[in-house]
Design a protein around this ligand. Structure first.
Ligand code: NAD
Length: 358
């Protein structure tokens, strides 16, 4: 049976960069290497324009019936004045919630060819390849009660609740162990167990699960130390797993070690490894429609889809290698341009990767 992929370009540069990844899917299909069907649907601002809401019913139905979703980016200044529930971001948040995409995979990879793009010394970051697994649907961002209230003296207090159930810790840690098995077999669980009871429970559940993965070397690190270690010697890490808020902060830190937002893919998975795959950047309205956006983060997101949802590791490896060869040849979009390289546009970069695959 054909694999079903929902294609959701969204807004701004989403349209241009997703088109380049779709060309690769068509190539694998037409050369009989992947039995796949693609259907496109509007989301974000495009969803609002088409159906009056950022996640139209047909788009959600398509997402539910697909094996994986290729997502571009959403947002744009023309939607900033809309009521909160109609804003493009709501479409993305609703998709994550409706599909229970609780595991956010954020690789921070620095191709050796781009080591100069980082703010850290090249020897500290060249060849960096970390995977951060962030819990995405629980923790302090969702815990109840929450709010701002005024006490009897008239002073206001704001409060949020950090809460994790054992089952939530269990499932996110198993995703991380499984990923570590497919990579360097080292997992670092990041918590604050010296201060937070939630973290105590987190550490206990992760440690218990380690016995099911005897090949994975498990370590624990407090989040403040993890932040320091990430900028001191990031190559010590293979896979990191952590709760929602710590992951939010650490994954952006790790992303910035690479210095190139246009290069970084991501995945959000449910309990059955169905997932949504998207670049970490936004819709970049400042450069939209000019054929200058870097499509590589989206192309690498497609590689993650092939690896984590579609069980097509060989095709994923091919894409990763093709991107490496294109960089070796000195082709660069404007965001990663360096001395001695050749500057190309979105389409030319996409075509160059496709040519390597052919
Ligand atoms: P952004 O990531 O869109 O852009 C930040 C900067 O990086 C801009 O200068 C942009 O030109 C550049 N950039 C981003 N992607 C690039 C690429 N592929 N190639 C070259 N340069 C690239 O963030 P922003 O400007 O803060 O937000 C713009 C819009 O995107 C907003 O509406 C925001 O809400 C939305 N947004 C969406 C997502 C998402 O869809 N997941 C994430 C972040 C922001």
């Amino acid at each position: 049976m054909s694999l079903k992929i929902a294609v959701m370009p969204g807004d701004g540069i989403g349209i241009e960069i997703v088109a380049e990844a779709v060309k690769i899917l068509h190539h694998f299909k037409s050369s009989d290497r992947l039995d796949v069907e693609m259907s496109e649907a509007p989301v974000g601002g495009a969803g609002y324009d088409a159906a009056g809401k950022p996640l139209p019913d047909e788009t959600l139905a398509l997402a539910r019936s697909s094996d994986a979703i290729l997502f571009g980016a959403i947002g744009g200044p023309q939607y900033d004045g809309l009521a909160r529930e109609l804003r493009p971001e709501r479409g993305l948040l609703a998709l994550r919630a409706e599909l229970e995409l609780f595991a956010n995979l954020r690789p921070a990879i620095l191709y050796p060819q781009l080591a100069d793009a980082s703010s850290l010394k090249p020897e500290v970051v060249a060849g960096l390849d970390i995977m951060i697994v962030r819990e995405l649907t629980g923790g302090i961002y969702f815990g109840e009660p929450r709010g701002i209230e005024t006490d009897a003296s008239g002073e206001r207090r704001g409060f949020n609740t950090l809460v994790y159930k054992e089952s939530e810790i269990d499932r996110i840690s198993r995703v991380a162990f499984d990923i570590a098995m497919k990579r360097g077999k080292r997992l670092c669980s990041v918590d604050k167990a010296n201060v937070l009871e939630v973290s105590e429970l987190w550490r206990e559940v992760v440690t218990k699960n380690a016995s099911d993965y005897p090949d994975v070397e498990l370590s624990h690190m407090y989040v403040d130390n993890a932040a320091m270690q990430l900028v001191k010697w990031p190559k010590q890490f293979d896979v990191m797993v952590t709760k929602n808020m710590f992951g939010d902060i650490l994954s952006d830190t790790a992303a910035m070690l690479t210095g190139s937002i246009g290069m970084l893919p991501s995945a959000s998975l449910d309990a059955n490894s169905k997932g949504m795959y998207e670049p970490i950047h936004g819709s970049a309205p400042d450069i939209a429609g000019q054929d200058i956006a870097n499509p590589l983060a989206t192309i690498l997101s497609l590689a993650m889809m092939l690896r984590y949802s579609l069980e097509q590791t060989a095709l994923a490896d091919e894409i990763d290698a093709a991107v490496g060869r294109v960089l070796d040849k000195g082709l660069r979009t404007a965001d990663i341009m360096a001395d001695g390289c050749k500057q190309v546009g979105t389409m030319e970069m996409g075509e160059a990767v496709l040519a390597e695959l052919k």
